[in-house]
Ligand binder design. Structure first.
Ligand code: SF4
Length: 258
């Protein structure tokens, strides 16, 4: 399942990238084996891409904390140290918490004890975006469900609509609770909702999502769900996978191998 660098750059549309001179310096980030098919939301075929993620929970032998820390660092996610005010973009859940509607009678011990990374599913049929009265959250053409923090009025309708608990609300000013300020991503304000953005600010630079980059076991595959030849599509073809609460019809873009 591994790509060599040449194949990867070919799939990444290196030729098309040449016109984006400002991006040339970030090409080394493309060498990651499990990041697939052009981390370029600005590639010419924009609108045909649907970004997706496949998490192989069997491969998460070192635990998921490193991915969570990497994501939260590069997005200035505050840590208030108490569950009441918790803000999270990606977090660890038990198998039962992640898949509450999956069959749970007599699971194997390995599955019952497994930690599962959970995040926004970037649903193709996203109830959160329909609930937002100001279009502060919206569906991008590349499948990412995005947030415009400046348009958010803090009504939290999106949080009620999300069946996965993927959104957090800043009850307090988040800035004092940022452990180590990361200057390349904006901070938010009190009264604003936030969530995972599939690292859209990194994709546009040709970089993989931070959680993918931080995963030493290559347990996370990221790529274009609309490209039948992409690594993620081939892995979906070759493996039995699950989505969270598929019966709701939200069409999550995050898949799991259990
Ligand atoms: Fe919206 Fe929740 Fe789906 Fe993310 S997981 S797109 S917040 S409904």
């Amino acid at each position: 399942m591994k790509h060599d660098r040449r194949e990867f750059l070919k799939k990444a549309g290196f030729g098309a990238l040449a016109g984006f001179g400002a991006l040339a310096g970030v090409i080394p980030g493309l060498a990651l084996e499990k990041t697939d098919a052009a981390a370029f939301s600005q590639k010419p075929e924009q609108g045909k891409t649907r970004w997706g993620m496949l998490i192989d929970t069997r491969a998460c032998t070192e635990g998921c904390s490193r991915r969570v820390a990497a994501c939260h660092h590069v997005h200035n996610v505050p840590d208030f140290g108490d569950p009441k005010n918790e803000v999270k973009w990606i977090w660890k859940s038990s198998y039962q918490e992640a898949f509450p509607t999956a069959p749970h009678q007599f699971p194997s011990r390995a599955v019952a004890e497994r930690e599962v990374l959970t995040l926004c599913n970037h649903c193709a049929e996203s109830p959160c975006t329909r609930a937002c009265p100001t279009q502060a959250t919206f569906n991008r053409r590349d499948g990412i469900v995005a947030m415009d923090y400046h348009r958010c009025i803090g009504c939290r309708f999106c949080m009620v609509a999300c069946p996965y608990g993927s959104r957090s609300f800043n009850w307090l000013d988040p800035r004092p609770a940022i452990k180590e300020y990361y200057r390349e991503y904006p901070t938010r304000e009190r009264g604003v909702v936030e969530k995972c953005n599939f690292c859209s600010e990194r994709l546009v630079k040709g970089l993989p999502p931070a959680c993918v980059e931080a995963c030493p076991e290559n347990a996370i595959t990221f790529g274009d769900l609309n490209d039948p030849g992409s690594l993620i599509r081939r892995m979906l073809s070759d493996n039995e996978t699950m989505q969270r609460k598929p019966e709701l019809g939200t069409l999550p873009s995050v898949f799991y191998i259990i």
